[in-house]
Design a binder for this molecule. Structure first.
Ligand code: ZN
Length: 70
């Protein structure tokens, strides 16, 4: 058998950045909605945005609002 499982470039289930990875935008938005639903006053970091990651080709949540381009 020549079909090794190592020769195939598999997509990582985790991201090099260490962030939680979602397989698609829908899953990310779902998680985002869940987080925002249980938002509490005083909580500093609130994920507010979904963005696509070029490293893992997945989606992540970020607490940073999209910066205004200067
Ligand atoms: Zn990533």
């Amino acid at each position: 058998m020549s079909r090794g499982r190592a020769s195939r470039p598999h997509r990582p289930s985790t991201c090099p950045s260490g962030k939680v990875r979602f397989r698609d935008r829908i899953a990310a938005n779902l998680a985002l909605a869940t987080i925002q639903r249980r938002d509490r006053p005083g909580r500093e970091k609130l994920e507010v945005r979904v963005y696509r990651c070029s490293d893992c080709r997945g989606f992540h949540l970020t607490s940073q609002r999209s910066r205004a381009a200067r």
